[in-house]
Design a protein around this ligand. Structure first.
Ligand code: DOR
Ligand code: ZN
Length: 485
């Protein structure tokens, strides 16, 4: 029998529907066998994983690695090191870098920065009024997907007009490309923020008051309407409010190809933490009242929310702790702490390890066209594996994080359950909790393995109702014949 590179023996392989004691054989970056110890091929290297769980490496659909543009906040190198140490083997990076990822040149700069990466990556390019004319060009240049900042946030990119957003969806639908939307209504928030500021409010709670749940409800309703009309794939970023879940449920019931992420901060933190943390917890969308936490868990459990992402948004301690809440930059690092935080919840029996694998790996792999190659421990897949010790306890410490942003709302939090080794396509990028420094160029783009078949045409019946009846002879989900000629 031909010898393979590595055989891992004695671990428990976690799939979304079962956990099995099995050995795993790896050759040429891929898993070649999963099964009984006795049937493993001879290997160059053997390793024991007794007592450990083998999870598909986590796929984080939402990180801001700030490169190019803000190297004092994060670089690709430090961000991807944080991913590797957090059991995350693939990230999708956001376009609010400087320059924003909306031109071929800016995209090339980002891909250059990502050449030194400890994890694999996809690139969400910018969908906005200035980019909607050249989306295919950005895809040709290496973008895997798009992001629309419908709600304003760090980088102050203008929200796309509804016209540009619809046009983008119409162009991307036949290509099957999914668009991430930051779904908050910018106009509502700008107005309310001004009212707060005029009233002299500078306290941390004012940030939440300026961004009420209705901003999320309205924006989700609008973007779902546009994506559904166009038959486009849609992904809602960092879902934060209980009040907008009904829209997701209804859209999914109608067959809209919608995926949704939430983040540990919306599941585990709330306004009770604002007093303690102030600007450190300032994030968009805001962390809300305690009544939102449990419904978000329920939505994960019933599949309304598909996955966990982190919105890893590093800023420096100085930028996070300014006097006025309005001067504190929004967001905080998360890619490295997600797994221990969520595994702790598994230990508390809030979910199973199988649920966690669904949310952290299977669902994102499916959403971005990677499933089978990533998101699963099975023959043929990339050997992306997080080795997890469910008994290991510790306290999260911002000073020990790989990110440049050594300030975290999770600082001091007790956790049980850690990734202890991370394997990326058969090579260790983290071992015994330590970064493997010389793996720095191992990460690569997932563009080459991404498969996004054309989206299903939109639900015609839904729009043949009295609400929207297109004029006779006009195909409702396309440009009217001749209009562009
Ligand atoms: O708080 C946030 N910060 N939310 C976002 O959506 C973006 C992020 C950032 O880039 O800093
Ligand atoms: Zn973000």
């Amino acid at each position: 029998m031909k010898s393979v590179d590595l055989v891992i023996r004695g671990g428990s392989v976690v799939a979304p529907d079962r956990i099995v004691q099995a050995s795993v054989a790896i050759a040429d970056e891929r898993i070649v066998a999963v099964g009984h110890d006795d049937v493993m091929p001879p290997a160059q290297r053997e390793m024991r994983a007794d007592g450990l769980f083998l999870l598909p490496g986590a796929i984080d659909s939402h990180v801001h690695f700030r490169d190019p543009g803000y190297p004092h906040k994060e670089t690709w190198q430090t961000g991807s090191a944080a991913a590797a140490c957090g059991g995350v083997t693939t990230v999708f990076d956001m376009p609010n870098t400087h320059p924003p990822t909306g031109t071929r040149e800016a995209l090339a700069l980002k891909l250059k920065a990502a050449e030194r990466s400890f994890c694999d990556y996809g690139i969400h390019a910018l969908l906005g009024d200035d980019t909607v004319g050249h989306l295919e060009d950005l895809l040709d240049g290496g973008a895997t997907s798009f992001k629309a900042f419908v709600g304003n946030t760090f980088g102050n990119l203008p929200a796309p007009t509804d016209g540009a957003l619809l046009e983008g969806f119409e162009k991307l639908a036949p290509l099957g490309i999914r668009t991430v939307v930051h779904a908050e209504n910018s106009s509502i928030m700008a107005r309310r923020q001004k009212v707060m500021q005029d009233a002299g409010r500078h306290d941390a709670q004012a940030h939440l008051d300026a961004r009420p749940a209705v901003a999320e409800i309205e924006a989700i309703g609008r973007v779902v309407t546009l994506a559904e009309w166009a038959g486009a794939r849609l992904h809602i970023a960092h879902h934060s409010a209980a009040d907008s879940l009904f829209l997701l449920r209804a859209a999914k019931a109608r067959g809209v190809d919608l995926t949704v992420e939430t983040c540990p901060q919306y599941l585990l933190l709330n306004t009770d933490d604002i007093l303690r943390l102030g600007g450190i917890l300032r994030v968009n969308p805001p962390v809300r009242e305690p009544r939102h936490n449990q419904p978000l868990w329920d939505a994960l459990m019933d599949g309304t929310i598909d996955m966990i992402a982190t919105d890893h948004a590093p800023h420096t301690p100085e930028e996070k702790t300014r006097e006025s809440i309005w001067a504190c930059d929004c967001g905080f690092p998360g890619v490295e702490t997600q797994m221990p935080l969520m595994l702790t919840q598994v230990n508390l029996q809030r979910a199973t390890l199988m649920d966690y694998v669904k949310w952290s790996a299977v669902a994102p792999a499916k959403a971005w066209g990677l499933y089978g190659t990533k998101g699963v421990i099975a023959p043929g897949a990339h050997a992306d594996i997080a080795f997890v010790d469910m008994n290991k306890t510790g306290t999260l410490s911002q000073g020990r994080l790989q990110t440049i942003s050594k300030i975290s709302p999770w600082h001091g939090r007790a956790v049980q359950g850690y990734p202890v080794h991370t394997l990326l396509r058969g090579r260790f990028v983290m071992q015994h909790g330590r970064l493997v420094e010389d793996a720095i160029t191992h990460g690569r783009s997932v563009k080459g393995v991404q498969a996004m078949p054309a989206a299903r045409p939109r639900n015609q019946e839904h729009y043949s109702s009295a609400i929207v009846t297109p004029p006779a002879g006009v195909r409702p989900n396309a440009w009217p014949e001749g209009m562009l000629r």
